[in-house]
Design a protein around this ligand. Structure first.
Ligand code: CP
Length: 323
C-alpha cells in the first residue's frame, strides 16, 4: 500500500548534519535523540508561555500543503514564527498549481523569492523527495506528510510524548490500533519507536486494514483488541482514513466501533498506567470513544503541544547556518 519514493533523496549534509527531513528511515538513533532532546528544551507546559528564540531571524519558510491539515500546518507555522523566521502559506487550491503549474515550477518560483525552507504535504508519497532533489543547495525541504508513506515530524512528536510520560521508549510494549495499512503516522511511529528500542510493537487491525506482510518488519500482528492490548504500555489509536480506502475496506462505522473501537472496557486489557495516543483528527465513536479520548490516560493534547516543539527543533537544526 505504501509506495516509498523510487529514489530516496539524501537528507544529511556531507558533515552529517540534517539538511532535509523527508522520512525517519535511515536516520541514526543519535540524530533522532538529539532532535528529541532539543524539542524537549522547547516544550513548555500548557500554562506557561511558549518557548521563543531568534535563531531563524532573516530566514523564510514557505508552507505548501496539498492535503487538509490543522495540526501539522499550524504547528510548523508557529514553530517557524517562534524561531524568528518569516513565514508564507501557499494555499495549493488557490495557487497557480490549479492552472497546471508543476510542483517544481512552483518551488523554483518560491526559491526566486529567497525561500530557505519548504514544508510540503502531498497525497503522493514521492513529492517531498522529488522537490528535495531539485532545490538549490541552501534550501531545506521538510515533509508534513506524504501519502501513506511518511510523516516524520509526527513520528518524532509521538516519541517525545512517550518519553515525557514514560521516561523511556526502551523496552515498552506499544500497540498501534486501526487503519495501519493506510497510515503514514503508523509508519513513522514504528520507525521512531523501533529506533529508540521499543520492546514490542504490535499492529492491531482487521484484515483489510492490516499492511502487507513485507511492511512493518519486526512488528507482531493481532486480529483482536483482547489479545493485542494485553499488557501494553502505549496504545496508539489511528484514524480511519476514508480518503485513502475503498468503501469495501470496512463495514459500517457502527460495526467497526463495535469490534475495533477503543472503549473504557477495552482499555482495561492494557496496563493500568498505559497511555492513549491518537494523531488526530479523531473520528469519535468510530475508532475511539470520547470517554477514552478525553479520559485520564489520554495524552492526545500533549501530542499536539509537542508538535510545535519538535518542529522548532527540526527547523532550527536544518536552517541555522553553521558558518
Ligand atoms: N496529525 C496530523 O497530521 O494532523 P493534521 O492532519 O491536522 O495536520
Amino acid at each position: 500500500m505504501s509506495k516509498p519514493p523510487a529514489e530516496r533523496t539524501e537528507q544529511l549534509r556531507a558533515d552529517g548534519s540534517l539538511r532535509h527531513l523527508l522520512t525517519l528511515d535511515g536516520l541514526s538513533r543519535g540524530m533522532v535523540e538529539s532532535l528529541l532532546e532539543r524539542a524537549a528544551h522547547f516544550s513548555r507546559p500548557f500554562n506557561e508561555p511558549a518557548a521563543r528564540s531568534t535563531a531563524l531571524r532573516g530566514t523564510t519558510v514557505a508552507i505548501m500543503f496539498a492535503e487538509p491539515s490543522t495540526r501539522t500546518r499550524v504547528s510548523f507555522e508557529l514553530a517557524a514564527l517562534r524561531l524568528g523566521a518569516d513565514v508564507v502559506n501557499i494555499e495549493v487550491q488557490l495557487s497557480s498549481r490549479r492552472k497546471g503549474e508543476s510542483v517544481l515550477d512552483t518551488v523554483a518560483t518560491l526559491e526566486a523569492m529567497h525561500v530557505d525552507g519548504l514544508v510540503l504535504r502531498d497525497a503522493e508519497a514521492d513529492v517531498p523527495d522529488l522537490v528535495a532533489a531539485h532545490v538549490a543547495d541552501h534550501v531545506s525541504v521538510f515533509s508534513g506528510g506524504a501519502g501513506s508513506y511518511s510523516h516524520p515530524t509526527q513520528g518524532l512528536l509521538d516519541a517525545l510524548t512517550v518519553l515525557q510520560h514514560k521516561g523511556r521508549v526502551e523496552g515498552l510494549r506499544v500497540a498501534i490500533v486501526g487503519d495501519v495499512r493506510h497510515s503514514r503516522v503508523a509508519r513513522s511511529a514504528w520507525r521512531a519507536f523501533s529506533l529508540l528500542g521499543a520492546g514490542e510493537i504490535r499492529l492491531l487491525a482487521p484484515t483489510a486494514l492490516m499492511p502487507d506482510t513485507h511492511d512493518f518488519a519486526g512488528c507482531t500482528r493481532h486480529d483482536s483488541l483482547a489479545t493485542g492490548l494485553t499488557d501494553c504500555d502505549v496504545i496508539m489509536a489511528l484514524r480511519i482514513q476514508k480518503e485513502r480506502m475503498t468503501e469495501a475496506d470496512i463495514p459500517s462505522e457502527r460495526e467497526y466501533f463495535a469490534q475495533w473501537g477503543l472503549t473504557i472496557d477495552r482499555l482495561k486489557y492494557a496496563r493500568e498506567n498505559a497511555i492513549v495516543m491518537h494523531p488526530q483528527p479523531m473520528n469519535r465513536g468510530v475508532e475511539i470513544d470520547s470517554a477514552v479520548a478525553d479520559g485520564p490516560q489520554s495524552v492526545i493534547r500533549d501530542q499536539v503541544r509537542h508538535g510545535v516543539a519538535v518542529r522548532m527543533a527540526v527547523l532550527e537544526q536544518a536552517l541555522v547556518r553553521q558558518s
